[in-house]
Design a protein around this ligand. Structure first.
Ligand SMILES: CC(C)(COP(=O)(O)OP(=O)(O)OC[C@H]1O[C@@H](n2cnc3c(N)ncnc32)[C@H](O)[C@@H]1OP(=O)(O)O)[C@@H](O)C(=O)NCCC(=O)NCCS
Length: 215
């Protein structure tokens, strides 16, 4: 089963099992909630990364990311045509202020947009699962292999459990997407199912420490 974030990308959904070293994964959280539970502005930061709401000016970088066949290999399988990417981007902007939405991911050393990461609702038929979210990350190729997805994932897992009090975070990785699977493993995610089809997917979960046996 595929989860789709606000920008229409395939994502990972997880139920989190232990928080262990997740502790100081993010450095600050100056986000404020409005009465409708959306954020007045989302900002989360790690040592090397800044996560913020999408802005109109991210369009070209987003389209470039979506046009890269290697980036899209395990998320959709083909480059996303510009007109489709533009539509997804504009639709995503409408949901940018939601509490659960993928965030523009900025490499602090050069201030560049390098992709997206974050938590989005764990969608099910009939609505999203309360107390749960799905984790996803997607970075431009030149930033792969530096531990950045792990750094981003760790921050959002901590934020999800500690700030949002989530009970479970889920994730999906296509069979063969070794880097994504490895990142999820490093974050403590556990594979709970395999979904076989024309494209096959592993389903992962991480359960929050606050979730007791009665939850
Ligand atoms: C998946 C992705 C986010 C990983 O980002 P990243 O910043 O390179 O990840 P990290 O550096 O934090 O960790 C990658 C891990 O996978 C390992 N890895 C990478 N390629 C691998 C491969 N082909 N086989 C086995 N392990 C591999 C790395 O060695 C590293 O593990 P290590 O720290 O134990 O050495 C990035 O490749 C990407 O954006 N891919 C395109 C989008 C995508 O597939 N997103 C995931 C679906 S939601």
């Amino acid at each position: 089963m595929e989860g789709f974030d606000a920008l229409g990308n395939v994502c990972a959904a997880v139920s989190i099992a232990s928080r262990g070293e997740m502790g100081l994964a993010f450095l600050r959280l100056p986000a404020l909630y409005r009465s409708d539970q959306t954020l007045s502005m989302f900002l989360l930061e790690t040592e090397r990364l800044l996560f913020r709401e999408y802005q109109r000016g991210d369009l070209e970088d987003y389209c470039a990311l979506e046009a890269d066949a290697e980036v899209r290999r395990y998320i959709g399988g083909a480059p996303r045509p510009r007109e489709v990417a533009v539509r997804k981007f504009r639709n995503g902007l409408k949901h940018a202020a939601r509490k659960l939405a993928l965030r523009a991911t900025i490499f602090k050393a050069n201030g560049r947009y390098i992709g997206y990461s974050g938590l989005y609702p764990n969608f099910r038929p009939g609505g999203s699962v309360p107390g749960e979210a799905a984790l996803a990350f997607c970075l431009a190729r030149e930033y792969w292999g530096r531990g950045l997805a792990t750094e981003a994932g760790r921050a959002f897992v901590s934020w999800g459990f500690e700030e949002l009090r989530l009970k479970r975070i889920v994730a999906i990785a296509e069979v063969g997407n070794a880097a994504s699977i490895r990142v999820l493993e490093k974050l403590g995610f556990v594979c709970i199912a395999t979904e076989n089809g024309a494209r096959s997917f592993y389903k992962f979960e991480l359960v929050g420490a606050a979730s007791g046996a009665d939850s």
